[in-house]
Design a protein around this ligand. Sequence first.
Ligand SMILES: [Zn+2]
Ligand SMILES: [Zn+2]
Length: 341
Amino acid sequence: MKAAIVQGVGRLLAIETIVDPRPKADQVILQVARAGICGSDLHVTEHGFVPVGTILGHEFAGTILEIGDDVRGHWKIGDRVTALPVLPCSNCDYCDEGLHALCETNRFLGIADVPGAYAEYVAVRGGMLQRLPSGVSFETGAMVEPLAVSYHAVERGNLKRGTKVLVVGAGPIGLAVALFARLKGLKTLVVSETSPERRRRALELGATHVIDPKMENLAERFTQIAGGPPDVVFECVGVPGLLQQAMDVVRKRGRVVVAGVCFEPDTLSPVTGIMKEIDIGFSMCYTPGDFEAVIDAIATGRADPQPMLSEIIGFADLPERFEALRTPSTQCKILIDPAMT
Ligand SMILES: [Zn+2]
Ligand SMILES: [Zn+2]
């Protein structure tokens, strides 16, 4: 099969022909229809967190091509699916709760020695598959994984009707937080974002208002819009300083949900949190239930993530486009179609 292979820091991905994967007893082989490029793929390759030879790709949808002995009966060849890109132990307390991403021995597809979906075929754990109803396209199917990250974060926010919400950052995660938060029946859902293109997408996806934090004072403008400070702030950027900013803006006894992945050390003032009795909740990945909820929301038309999709590319364009994404652009979600020449 054809696959995109990591060549090391500062080097382009190489499109190579390698041996097709074979299913282990608990696995199926998917023919990849679409695979998403994620910010974390850029991050791990930039910092050399994955070795040369890695096949990236943890966001994907496709059809079942081969089925391992232990999962026969549950699935048939040709089924359209996506999957949680995890290989957990499946019998610890976290796995019991569906929190596979927190399992001590979990390994993610597309990281290190577990091949991901920047390829024609990918091996997936049968127990992690999620069926795509006929109304859910491979495009949106491949976006279920990043959407489920945001869905999980929204659940961590304990939102109720009338909760005043601020989302900081309108990259794919922040946009999808807006999409699912809006389904909670909110009247005020404000997205703060410096890029005009991304602010436009945020309004399309469910934000009631947008703020450009470079041009306006975030706290003042939010209060002007909502008649008071936010009850819940979702931090969806992940750069130092923004957690403190979220704590400064949120109301007393409010909640901050951290969904932006900041790899660097950050500084914050605990006294801000104490004086306001703030709750801070960090959000990591998703459960199978989150995947099901996202697929259901798309299938029933309650959520339409289509505005997040900016482009579909083939392997020929992938190496150059992947590198180009390292510099800020107006792109949102780019999908790979392995069949495209
Ligand atoms: Zn991702
Ligand atoms: Zn486990």
